[in-house]
Design a protein around this ligand. Structure first.
Ligand SMILES: [Zn+2]
Length: 83
């Protein structure tokens, strides 16, 4: 388990969320969503706030909302489909 994943799991539990929130095959990282990701299309976003190589995972509907926002403010698209 990476340092990022360890820290993220600890923070999720402290905040009362599913332990695997924002992790691949876990739960969507958006707090108002938390959709299960296993077996679903998953999108990741770099998490620049904590660790340089960390990625947070989101479901497709949430990724589409982020992308629509990024496009509306002419910002680089943050969410990428997970291969
Ligand atoms: Zn979601």
């Amino acid at each position: 388990m990476s340092m990022f994943e360890r820290a993220k799991r600890r923070r999720n539990l402290q905040e009362g969320y599913p332990e695997d929130k924002g992790l691949k095959d876990g739960h969507c990282n958006r707090s108002g969503c938390l959709a299960p990701l296993a077996g679903q299309p998953q999108y990741s976003m770099m998490d620049h706030e904590t660790f340089t190589d960390a990625r947070l995972f989101y479901c497709k509907p949430c990724a589409d909302r982020f992308t629509a926002w990024d496009e509306s403010i002419k910002s680089p698209i943050r969410c990428r489909p997970e291969q």
